[in-house]
Write a protein that binds this ligand. Structure first.
Ligand code: G3H
Ligand code: 13P
Ligand code: ZN
Length: 384
């Protein structure tokens, strides 16, 4: 071990109802809801890109009494801040703190795929430590030379982030292994590597991270495999890695990136709208060739200790399908809010569905809806 790893400061006081991501995730790993301990559950980290999607997530968390984890990619921050990531960070953190103040649940905010490799990445990560409650230090890939970052370099860079963030109560997620697919608008990986258990042992001991994204076959984006074929994750490796981590510290949480599922109802709904628009065969083909990871596979990961499940693409699909439907039904409404309300409502439903599937409900209070009767249906979204 390089030197004693810096502990996450649990005395840090955040604004009302704000907490770091690790404390929410640990509740999931220990199966804690209210004063009871039962089955483990996962916390989806929803990538949000607009204020409407933040509202949709709050609506879902508060209806279900869920732990709320909101993730921001670099490009999402740029979008919030009118091309200025620092401004984006300030705006979203102020907005979320204000919403959390009156909330019935606890909320964590997380920088997704931050890096400490580039000057630009370091700047965003440092600002995120000031504004959010959790950060990812993704130093696993050398995107310039298109290869895995040498282990020692990944350890050193991640350790620097832990040294900066843990003392002020900000949890840190590291990554080990290379994940395929698009992880940011500007960052794509055409290759991938599985996490090596021995390297994991060294990485965890030397960095002191409490959240770790290993690679076990998940992939970012809407095309996770060949059309018609099922995505197969390496669940055996996931268990092997969990054993390594638990021997070091039972509080270590695994993170599944690329955890979006594909919902045939959404694909069918979008196809109907495209057909009504007399859209090209190619558009219909593109929608119908999307491949997600089956939920059973993700459940296998949750059993293997993956309590943070990163979820973006399925909600993007829901948003676009709902927008196509809204435009198909009403092409003359000259009011942005009409379309905003429909897509926000659709996102709320999509979030509710994933929170229920993950078991993340009834954590802070009883759900305000009958979860057994909930049915996600884009035909029922309304602008009210
Ligand atoms: O894993 C990455 C997310 O899907 C973020 O994508 O950079 O387009 O916001 P984005
Ligand atoms: P999906 O593309 O499967 O939604 O994954 C998102 C993600 O991993 C964000 O970090
Ligand atoms: Zn990711």
């Amino acid at each position: 071990m390089k030197n004693k790893s810096i502990k996450l400061n649990s005395d840090r006081k955040f604004p009302d109802n704000m907490v770091n991501a690790h404390s929410l995730l640990l509740k999931g790993k220990n199966g804690e809801k209210g004063n009871k301990t039962g089955q483990i559950y996962a916390i989806p980290a929803f990538n949000v890109t607009t204020f409407q999607s933040i509202n949709a997530a709050f609506n879902a968390f508060e209806l279900l009494g869920s732990s709320g984890l909101l993730a921001f990619s670099n490009s999402a921050l740029k979008h919030f801040g009118n091309n200025d990531q620092s401004l984006g960070l300030e705006l979203v953190s102020a907005y979320i703190e204000r919403r959390a103040k009156d909330s019935s649940v606890k909320i964590a905010t997380h920088l997704d795929h931050g890096d400490y490799i580039t000057d630009a990445g370091r700047k965003v990560l440092q600002a995120a430590v000031q504004n959010l409650t959790s950060v990812m230090a993704d130093n696993s890939t050398d995107h310039v030379n298109k290869c895995a970052m040498p282990l020692e370099d990944n350890i050193d860079l991640t350790r620097e982030v832990v040294n900066m963030a843990h003392p002020v109560g900000i949890s840190v997620e590291g990554e080990l292994g290379v994940l395929a697919g698009e992880e940011d608008e500007d960052t794509k990986s055409e290759f991938s590597t599985y996490t090596n258990p021995e390297e994991l042992n060294q990485f965890l001991l030397d960095t002191g991270v409490l959240m770790l994204a290993p690679t076990i076959g998940t992939m970012h984006g809407p095309n996770k495999g060949k059309p018609g074929q099922k995505v197969k994750l390496n669940i055996t490796l996931a268990h092997e890695l969990l054993e390594v981590a638990n021997k070091i510290n039972n509080d270590i949480i695994f993170v599944a990136h690329g955890a979006s599922t594909l919902y045939p109802d959404i694909i069918n709904y979008a196809t109907e709208q495209l057909n009504a628009f007399k859209s090209s065969e190619n558009d219909v083909k593109t929608w119908n060739e999307f491949v997600g990871t089956d939920w059973e596979q993700i459940e296998g990961l949750i059993e293997a200790g993956f309590c943070k499940i990163n979820t973006d693409t399925e909600n993007r699909q829901t948003f676009l399908a709902a927008l196509l439907g809204a435009l198909e039904k009403n092409k003359t409404k000259i009011d942005i809010r009409y379309y905003d309300k429909i897509t926000t409502n659709a996102l709320t439903q999509s979030y509710i569905q994933k929170l229920i599937m993950s078991g993340n409900y009834g954590v802070w209070h009883e759900p305000k809806i009958d979860i057994k009767k909930f049915k996600f249906d884009l035909n029922k979204v309304s602008p009210t």
